[in-house]
Ligand binder design. Structure first.
Ligand code: HEC
Ligand code: HEC
Ligand code: HEC
Ligand code: HEC
Ligand code: HEC
Length: 397
């Protein structure tokens, strides 16, 4: 998470007064407040009326008919965007929770409380009122179906196919990147604060050959599939709802199947008589590698051994990612991420007695130190993407 709190502040309860339940006009006050805020500080899916035919807006309800899509969404990172323990831990350390809610529970309908004012204009001192129709199960769904699909009293989709189940409407945004960019392209600075909002995947994509060719996020992150789109209907073409990314699950075993998206990193190794030539590339990602959360990084480690399989020389390490200082003011210190299709060549000298080499590449969401800071040392944070080994030519020395 790009919003990072570097000091453990006591929760400023005094700043978070909760208004009287059912206070008339809560929704109007909230809507009026959010209208005064910039785009990235508004609930990304707004307040939504129930489309005709539906009982409620919960994903679980959609899933009664759209069971295959529901099962995919359930294990996706979007489906875990609120329950994410790291998000919960970060939110507990600052008064900025109302900002996080806007993307991680993007409908006003989902939120327990709504901001209606900021004391002293301070984003960490919101005044909250209660959502009179709060439903905790709906909030826990995070980026729920309705976040993308429900607008102005209708279920929107790529075809607008008619059904007795609910009102539908066709909109173009489903086949374009805009549907992703409200959340994945969002930048805002908070002078004097130790957090910022910095997601630039959209801009990175736009500059890439994929963006230039108009190949949207969905083309890689939502695989095409032909199947019944609702129980009992005739099969038709659509897309999977897994949104695989770096593949580092939040909960052990609960994530998209690995065949949904390969690693973004490409690795080629050539062993010559006096060096190991390693070519790392961003072979598959449609944006910088890694993208998204500024704490993500890739680590490539190379070890050597002699003919008796004993370790020789030092481990060679290449870290690819951004380096930030979060306190007292967030500041980017370095950034050596791989641009789409960029190849980076490493030439590693062969240690004197080395006979064989081993290369392991891992993808990380966050550093071990940062996890510890959040008391999440047991939270999954990395995944091995490549394991290679080989011998050096024997014609040397
Ligand atoms: C403008 C939309 C937006 C807002 C506001 C927002 N987030 Fe996020 N958040 C995202 C997106 C998009 C990602 C996915 C990026 C990724 O996984 O690399 C994300 C990912 C995360 C993650 C998971 C990171 C990982 O490496 O898996 C955490 C934790 C998180 N956000 C915490 C927060 C907190 C805390 C706040 C409030 C201070 C917040 N977010 C506000 C859009 C937002
Ligand atoms: C009672 C069953 C039922 C429920 C509940 C239901 N749907 Fe549907 N939905 C259908 C049927 C049937 C179709 C048309 C079948 C098809 O698309 O082939 C459909 C079509 C759709 C489409 C396709 C529209 C398009 O433009 O292609 C979307 C999107 C959709 N539903 C989303 C949802 C969402 C989101 C929810 C929950 C808020 C939901 N549905 C709840 C039965 C249901
Ligand atoms: C309402 C905001 C929102 C929208 C719209 C949205 N995302 Fe996300 N996305 C998020 C957040 C928040 C996360 C991170 C959740 C977490 O890790 O807790 C995320 C995570 C991801 C990930 C990372 C998966 C991983 O585990 O590494 C991918 C890939 C992704 N989104 C792709 C997309 C695509 C493609 C679209 C458009 C079809 C899209 N998103 C639309 C907010 C959004
Ligand atoms: C992050 C945004 C997002 C979320 C969340 C989301 N969808 Fe979709 N959905 C899409 C996009 C994009 C398409 C268009 C795919 C395509 O081009 O066929 C789509 C298409 C559909 C379709 C039409 C069939 C198809 O694949 O084209 C149905 C039905 C549907 N979604 C139901 C759901 C249900 C049910 C949920 C929740 C369990 C859900 N969606 C959650 C973005 C989303
Ligand atoms: C050409 C295919 C392609 C396109 C187009 C693409 N992505 Fe990705 N994306 C990938 C791959 C591959 C990864 C896995 C990278 C890795 O190994 O960490 C990824 C990873 C991600 C991640 C997780 C963070 C990370 O670096 O792993 C997010 C978030 C994401 N993509 C969002 C988007 C969004 C939003 C768009 C559209 C603006 C988009 N992607 C377009 C291929 C693509």
């Amino acid at each position: 998470m790009m919003w990072r709190v570097a000091v453990l502040w006591a929760f400023a309860a005094a700043c978070l007064s909760i208004g009287a339940a059912q206070e008339p006009g809560n929704l109007e006050r909230a809507l009026a407040f959010y209208r005064t805020r910039p785009r990235v500080e508004r609930p990304q899916a707004g307040w939504q009326r129930l489309p005709d035919g539906l009982r409620d807006l919960r994903a679980a309800t959609c899933g009664e008919c759209h069971s295959a899509i529901y099962d995919e969404w359930l294990v996706s990172t979007h489906g875990q965007a609120w329950t994410d323990r790291q998000l919960q831990s970060e939110m507990a350390k600052s008064g900025n929770r109302w900002l996080c809610n806007n993307c991680h529970t993007p409908l006003l309908n989902q939120m327990e409380v709504w901001a209606v004012e900021l004391s002293d204009g301070d984003v960490e001192k919101p005044l909250y009122v209660e959502n009179p129709v709060f439903d905790s199960a709906f909030r826990d769904e995070g980026i729920t179906c309705a976040a993308c699909h429900v607008r102005d009293g209708a279920v929107e989709g790529p075809t607008g196919i008619q059904t007795k189940a609910h009102a539908t409407r066709k909109t173009e945004r489903f086949t374009e990147e805009v549907i992703c960019l409200t959340c994945h392209q969002a930048v805002r600075n908070y002078p004097g604060k130790d957090f910022i909002c910095i997601f630039e995947t959209g801009a990175e994509w736009r500059e890439s050959p994929y963006g230039q060719a108009g190949q949207p996020c969905q083309s890689c992150h939502m695989q095409p599939v032909t199947r019944p789109q609702a129980i009992g209907e005739a099969p038709r073409s659509g897309r999977r709802h897994y949104w695989p990314g770096a593949g580092i699950f939040k909960v052990e075993g609960l994530g998209p199947p690995v065949d949904q998206l390969g690693a973004g990193l490409g690795v080629e190794v050539e062993a010559t008589s006096d060096e190991l030539v390693v070519r790392l590339s961003n072979s598959a990602a449609g944006h910088l590698l890694p993208t998204g959360d500024p704490e993500r990084f890739i680590l490539v480690e190379v070890d050597f051994s002699d003919s008796q399989k004993r370790a020789v020389g030092e481990t060679y390490r290449e870290r690819i990612g951004q380096t930030w200082e979060w306190w007292p003011v967030p500041r980017k210190l370095a950034d050596d991420r791989l641009a789409p299709l960029e190849v980076r060549e490493l030439r590693i000298p062969r240690p004197e007695t080395a006979a064989a080499w081993t290369l392991v590449a891992t993808s990380h969401r966050i550093s071990a130190e940062a996890l510890e800071f959040h008391d999440l040392a047991d939270y999954p944070s990395s995944r091995v993407t490549h394991e290679r080994m080989g011998d050096f030519p024997t014609d040397r020395r």
